[in-house]
Design a protein around this ligand. Sequence first.
Ligand code: GLU
Length: 472
Amino acid sequence: MNVVTRFAPSPTGYVHVGSQRTALYNYIFARQQKGKFILRIEDTDQNRYVEGAVENLLSSLEQLGIEFDAGPGKEDGKGPYFQSERNEIYSREVKKLMDDGKAYRCFCSEKRLDTLRKEQMEEQIPTGYDGKCRSIKREVSDERAKTEKFVIRLKTPREGICEFEDIVRGEVKIAWFQIDDQVLVKSDGFPTYHLANVVDDHYMEVTHVIRGEEWLPSVPKHLFLYECFGWDAPQMAHLPLLLNPDRSKLSKRQGDVAVEDYLKKGYTPEALNNFLALMGWNPGGKSEIYTMDELIKAFDINKITKAGAVFDVQKLDWMNGQYIKNMEVERYLNEARKWLGDLEVNEDKLDTALMAVKTSLTTFKEIPSKIAVFTGDPVEPDLEGTEMLEFESTKEVFEAYVEKITALDELKSDDFKNIMKEIQTEMGVKGKYLWMPIRVGLTGAVHGPELGYIVEYLGKEENIKRINHWIN
Ligand code: GLU
């Protein structure tokens, strides 16, 4: 089989992390199967149009390295499909359904539907359309359509059970009485998601529909549509929900769920992809770090879990730290330089400072605060720091340090290590009694980047000045 998967986002203005996970699973599966992965923008809902949403979507996907193939009719490879440009196809297809008596015009007013819903709620029966317009004869319907507003509904079965196999959920059964006579075409003439989605999946030759669990209840309508059209339905895989750590449904606050915000917060695309790809599937080995190629190799669509996946930001932080730590030096330095903000830096020594914090970063956003120890004045030692300056041996250590440094032409990180070794042998002072006074003496803080980098960055004169400050 030539596998075709698709990512079919509605342009809401930003890419939700759940959508990005959906995109990834479709992408990974298609690549693994040497198939195609297509992008379809589901933008038929004119009321929900958001300025710039499509551009934003495309740029986020590009930053994340998700690439699309050309689908049928798009052999020139130009851009995604837009549903808003395909209305002719949907109208043609829905006409077929009407001619076959599988769909009908519904002339019921909003007001009637509202009252109906209220009555159903009061009676505590499932809400939904009562089928009033089902029996209107076609000739009558055609006449009324000339002057009245209408929608087109699908004549869904009223009885029995819809049974289907989902790759993730296994056998699923949904009773037909729970399924409404779905609106296929709205009163503005635009198709609903359900109609456009099924028609497109068919004509775009989609073989596997991989999407969020929230779409599972829609499957009966879709399968029934395929049946009415006489088409084979694709296989379906509904991905588990993303959850907050307290297992509630993932928060909707944009700052917490928009992929572009994570990128802006200094997470790397690789870490985000890696993290999201493991939300609902797991290769089972010890490692959690997977490149895209490794994910493509290891992925098993049959091993996606049913249970909700917790979106654990701490894990993402850890993973991102790993990616920064292992990042190739040139790329790291390039990237890191973008995050300096208005920090004043000594250009010549900036790389030293950036390298010094490489292994301790969680996100790039931390760069200014982490390298402040190089660029700013020393901080005032806290209680713990003050203790480190008050060891019996501290004054002598400081004096020896200044003396040895003064004798040098230039102070490099290797010289520093040698000097510290000499002091240790000559004075018998070691461990925290040797290192901590120097660290606090130079920076004011008990923690920070590797001391060698700091010493080299500050240079001979500044080292002497800072330590002398404490001797006096
Ligand atoms: N437009 C739908 C969404 O935004 C697509 C659902 C599907 O993949 O069928 O989630």
